[in-house]
Write a protein that binds this ligand. Structure first.
Ligand SMILES: CCCC(=O)SCCNC(=O)CCNC(=O)[C@H](O)C(C)(C)COP(=O)(O)OP(=O)(O)OC[C@H]1O[C@@H](n2cnc3c(N)ncnc32)[C@H](O)[C@@H]1OP(=O)(O)O
Length: 309
């Protein structure tokens, strides 16, 4: 009997603790899952030529008290096309945001009245050899996957064009808001390629198989009304408002809670949408334990409030 009990204790410990320890030891959490890491080339290989393609910057401002970060693609002469240098800066910013403990939300937008027309075509023209294409794709694929998994509620604020890689970038946030004059365009097929920054997969999950195939294979622009109707966009920014300010105000309904609760909720949703169900359920339980009895929970229980609205 003792042996039987010991065995069942052992298997329970093995089932619950070993995967957690393994994850901790390997440093593999939601941001850096092994499958995505495997897609990327060694960093030094890609960095060596990405640094040679300059122009533009990616800027980040972080407000420690509200927990809101604003990421700006800043290459307005080329409508914020993404150069190699900007790809590296974007990856560094995503890494920085992973460790930002006060972070609750992120707005991604483009400088001037446009979002992003994808990769810098001047760069793309010089890298038609498939090895560089593969390296650039793997680098952006990893960066945007990690952006998508950040424990922050993220929104792409789209004014003007989101084309090619720009349309892929806007699928890497949790929400998309658009101005009346904005359009999202998966132009890839008309350029003789398919999405390579993870946007094809994210689009399919967002709008479903048939609609994704329609948008990807036609390469037609999608305006704000249609984007809203098919669930690609979540709000239309009223004309005449500052895009970032209006988006920050719109976001507030999602970020009223305490930082740890907002972050835990995002982690639950990432796990629920990406992991096999048993693993996702385990992650959800872990996030629950993390916030149970915490300051937000204690405050709410002590107030014993009624939720009438
Ligand atoms: C896996 C990733 C794959 C990719 O992302 S590949 C890139 C796909 N993107 C594209 O093909 C978009 C190309 N651009 C366009 O179609 C048009 O510029 C666009 C966005 C409709 C805007 O048209 P307009 O409003 O008439 O503006 P415009 O054409 O005069 O552009 C203003 C300046 O911006 C430049 N620009 C636009 N998109 C760019 C890009 N992707 N790379 C490099 N430069 C780009 C454009 O060349 C022009 O510069 P300039 O005034 O000629 O010096």
């Amino acid at each position: 009997m003792f042996t039987g009990m010991a065995m069942s204790c052992y298997s329970a410990i093995k089932r619950i603790l070993v995967p957690r320890l393994t994850r901790k030891l390997s440093g593999c959490h939601l941001h850096t899952c092994a499958s995505t890491c495997a897609a990327a080339p060694p960093d030094d290989v890609t960095h060596s030529w990405l640094t040679t393609v300059g122009g533009g910057t990616v800027d980040l401002t972080k407000d420690e008290s509200s927990g809101l970060a604003v990421l700006t693609l800043n290459n307005p002469e080329r409508l914020n096309a993404v150069t190699g240098n900007m790809m590296l800066q974007l990856a560094n910013i995503v890494n920085d945001l992973k460790d930002w403990r006060n972070g609750k939300a992120l707005i991604v937008h483009g400088k001037g009245h446009t979002f992003c027309p994808g990769a810098d075509l001047n760069m793309v023209r010089n890298m038609l050899d498939s090895k560089q294409g593969q390296e650039m794709c793997a680098f952006m694929h990893k960066t945007l996957t990690e952006l998508h998994r950040l424990p922050l509620i993220s929104v792409a604020a789209i004014d003007g064009h989101a084309i090619g890689g720009g349309s892929e970038l806007c699928t890497a946030t949790d929400f998309r808001v658009m101005t009346e004059r904005a359009n999202i365009r998966f132009i890839h097929a008309l350029m003789g390629v398919v999405p390579g920054w993870g946007g094809g997969t994210r689009l399919t999950r967002l709008v479903g198989r048939t609609r994704a195939l329609d948008l990807l294979s036609s390469g037609r622009p999608i305006g704000p009304e249609e984007a809203l109707e098919i669930g690609l966009a979540n709000w239309i920014i009223p004309t005449g408002h500052d895009v970032v300010e209006a988006t920050a105000e719109w976001l507030q309904k999602y970020t009223k809670g305490k930082t740890e609760v907002v972050r835990a909720l995002k982690n639950v949703v990432v796990a629920g949408s990406e992991l096999p169900v048993e693993e996702a359920l385990e992650r959800e339980a872990e996030q629950f334990v993390d916030v149970w009895g915490g300051p937000a929970h204690e405050e709410a229980i002590l107030k014993s409030m009624k939720h009438k609205k």
